[in-house]
Design a binder for this molecule. Sequence first.
Ligand code: MLT
Length: 202
Amino acid sequence: ESSFIHRFEPARDAGSPPLLLLHGTGGDENDLLGLGKMISPGSALLSPRGRVLEHGMPRFFRRLTEGVFDEDDVRRRALELGDFVAEARQRYGLAAPVAVGFSNGANIAAALLLLKPDALAGAILLRAMVPLSDPPKVNLAGKPILLLSGQADPIVPASNSARLASLLSEAGAQVGHKVLPAGHQLSQADLTLARDWIGKFA
Ligand code: MLT
């Protein structure tokens, strides 16, 4: 079962990569549409709502407590999201998308990269953490990934985002990692950096 409530907005410029927008805890399929348009106005936007509920708040996988993930659920949900992306690509006629994930959405995007790398053409991971403590060996050769972390993020320790960056680069991805003067919330710098990065994509 890979059906997700989602929003889809068609491309306005065939040269811009489709974006897979993945919201944070308590968000929904509407949350990141504005951000998607801001960073890449021509892109098709595919924006699912996470299917896990935590006290009524949508997420993309279960966690035991903040920062401690139910890793079986991470794996299962990442593959389910991969199936959704494959079906949506057929239905809407899309190339492999660039994931743009925030927080829990960035974490499921990182898991998808590790478990089903062909599902994504690249990724912008905003405030991401290492999603799996024992990730499978994967080939991410040449996959462009922008990781933006907050220097004062109370949820993501600096050591954790650094570990994610090296995990992805060791798998062959082209990782750009910037640590911004920010907390867990996004800042103007995130938008500017994401927009510039997408502008140079492909
Ligand atoms: C997560 O559960 O994925 C992380 O703690 C980020 C969050 O959703 O707050």
